[in-house]
Design a protein. Structure first.
Length: 181
């Protein structure tokens, strides 16, 4: 099932959703864990490298994800939620997408402004900003702030899905799972 149905999202939408979710969660875990290890240690450096690579992969997934989202109508939530919940859902998704686009771009700019080359899976990315240590510091602060916002959005998004499933007893969560039967 490639296209969305009345009951479920299609396989591409589900794959891109759960793939991005996994990449975001592991990228967050890697950056949070790296501070537990001494500066310059192999494990600390490996965790930061993992964070960078996963962030870039999230960015790479966002273009096809947006194409899939914009090209196919979402399966309706049954029973239909109140209008305020529908509006909150649209706002949540916009914030999630915006942060998943902004964070990797800011990360690349931050690295390049700090005079660090950026590569995705060994392929050097083009330089987008000149070296500027003050700019790198500012970008780091913005990147970390948006990262913290993303953590909150992810938690809220997951909590809302479970709330819809267990409290509202609607099909919000089931739409993003493989069809039954």
């Amino acid at each position: 099932m490639l296209r969305n149905s009345e009951a479920n999202y299609g396989a591409p939408a589900r794959l891109l959703h759960w793939g991005a979710a996994l990449l975001v969660i592991v990228a967050i875990a890697a950056v949070e864990l790296h501070g537990s290890f001494p500066k310059g240690s192999d494990l600390r450096n490996a965790l930061m490298s993992t964070h960078f690579q996963l962030g870039l992969l999230v960015l790479a997934l966002m273009l096809p994800r947006l194409a899939v989202v914009l090209s196919d109508k979402a399966p309706p939530i049954r029973p239909a939620p109140p209008r305020w919940q529908d509006g909150a859902s649209k706002l949540m998704h916009a914030a999630l997408y915006a942060s998943m686009l902004a964070l990797p771009v800011l990360g690349v700019w931050m690295q390049q402004a700090g005079d660090h080359a950026v590569a995705l899976l060994g392929m050097q990315l083009p330089t987008l900003v000149t070296v500027d240590k003050a700019l790198a510091k500012q970008l780091k602060e913005v990147h970390e702030t948006i990262g913290n916002v993303l953590i909150g959005l992810v938690v809220l998004h997951a909590a809302a899905a479970f709330w819809h499933h267990f409290k509202q007893r609607d099909n919000t969560l089931l739409r993003m799972l493989p069809p039954r039967g």
